[in-house]
Design a protein. Sequence first.
Lengths: 355, 355
Amino acid sequence: MKETLAQSRFFKVEKLEAFIKTAFMAIDMSEQEAGIIAELMADADLNGVDSHGIFRLPHYIRRLKTGGINLHPEIKVEREKSGMALVNGDNGMGHLVMKYAADLAVQKAKSNGVAWVGTKYSNHAGPASLYAKIPLKDDMIGLYVAIGNANHLPPWGGTEMLLSTNPIAIAVPAWEEAPVVLDMATTVSAYGKVKTAAQRGEEMPEGWMVDRQGKPLTDPNRAEEGFLLPIGGYKGYGLALLLGLLAGTLNGAAMGKDVVDWNADDVSVTNTGQFIVAISIESFAEIETFKRAVDGVVRSMQSSPTLPGFDKVQVPGEQSFAKKQERTANGIPMHEKLFQSLQNLASELKIEPLQ
Amino acid sequence: MKETLAQSRFFKVEKLEAFIKTAFMAIDMSEQEAGIIAELMADADLNGVDSHGIFRLPHYIRRLKTGGINLHPEIKVEREKSGMALVNGDNGMGHLVMKYAADLAVQKAKSNGVAWVGTKYSNHAGPASLYAKIPLKDDMIGLYVAIGNANHLPPWGGTEMLLSTNPIAIAVPAWEEAPVVLDMATTVSAYGKVKTAAQRGEEMPEGWMVDRQGKPLTDPNRAEEGFLLPIGGYKGYGLALLLGLLAGTLNGAAMGKDVVDWNADDVSVTNTGQFIVAISIESFAEIETFKRAVDGVVRSMQSSPTLPGFDKVQVPGEQSFAKKQERTANGIPMHEKLFQSLQNLASELKIEPLQ
């Protein structure tokens, strides 16, 4: 049965952030690192990415406690040229590794115009949009790609799940309009949405997954019996494969059959790969001119006449931006099942429960 | 009626290349520039991209003769930092502008590791894969995106055609296997395929286009009455939009409603934008190690068990690579309608006809 918003509890983002930070510190993470991760995770919830925020906390904690993620990583640059770097995350939390990588890309792009930073020995880092948006504050465009942390996608025409959803995110700043932020898996649905549906007891629409006979699979609790479908058929497969070669293989990170199923295994080092590109707008154009041009593109899309069944045309990032404003004002809704799992976590870690 | 291969003529790639070069020289293009374009165009046919090779010659010639494309452009770098450049193509042939941009990206990536080169005042440059593959010979990965030369895609839920198919191509070298080369439009079908279908008198499959009521459109001669569908619905729209901001808006090139319909207008300056990223593999990894890892990924995909209805799993670029070998041996097939249009062109330009 679908749980309604009326049945949810609401929490201010600061509450979630404080809870997350306290939870990580309770297992001996440094205050500074716990703070970085908590801010990113709570921001995911604030922006409406319910599948990639505090929902993941019990899993992260479990993996940190078993040693499957390194609590005290030494994140460092392994290779470097003026326009690129390869960061070794030392199996630390993906959020820490990617924050480090994104900040480095921005710093390098200041002098080089464009910089590409790859990661290896990273981990699940939450929603792709978080990192693509980091360069925005420096008047840069961000482009981020990650190897997903479990294979749910076979090559087109195949049945062996050799690929992950390998999401791509691109964030472009505007002048008066909200930034344009694309965050998409190369599959029709991200696997995180399947997990959220399962937790909420919701059915999946047809087209998200098929079973091993190629028939539609709509029960998220049977997700293990099938696989995700790529967007555009062989095109989405091709995109997942090529982005995987760039985010994984090029960085010496896991790709294809070497990807560890993060949902089934709390111990093995995932060697997750990601990359981020920071593009300094002022290298290409006068910043205000560019941002006003983006405003123009956004407005022309929004003012298109609509097809029957559509109220208005939206631009990527628009829903998330509206959700952020709404949730900043009214709090972040939390379903009972997630709330209970966080209360259990609090009791296990002997920290103050959420309230 | 579908024309069969048995009804086609076959030409060696050298024949096509020589014909193209002679045609451009007949309208006063320099021998060197005609040679560069002819090699790229013939390579498109050799690789099986029939919609983007010699098929486009009459159109290019027409636009060059009307002055819609600059016969004698001064292509130059307008802005530059160590990791990027913005190239002004001076409204020259897109092939020339993009060859210049790709060579520059490769040169910059040698010292910087990664380099991003954008273009403005460029033009239609043929298949995206041509340019993504240029860095391969220097042991680099190529990533190329272009603004398409006519808008056939509305924003998701809209009816106004504000976006082009904005193709993306990524080429990654392997050790023993063929390079992995993705070349995809962000629409289910490229518009070039619609044009080829119209020329061949073939129906389009459902799912390529819909009419303005949202109903399937399968007659390619009615293409003007509808629009292309994006891959993955709103995802493909988002990808087309964001790639357009990067390849168009960032470079000061046309994007969205400013895109000139190249098929309907032989005169207006298109101000086409593109970008290419060259990624030097040795900056990230030992070259042989990386290429062997790519071999491993390719082979694991190919050896996946198949779904009913599939003989084998393929990797992007595999069909094109096989076609290149087959066409190198047996020649490039040409349909009668295209052959006749090239004979007419030869007579108009007073050059030796194809034979």
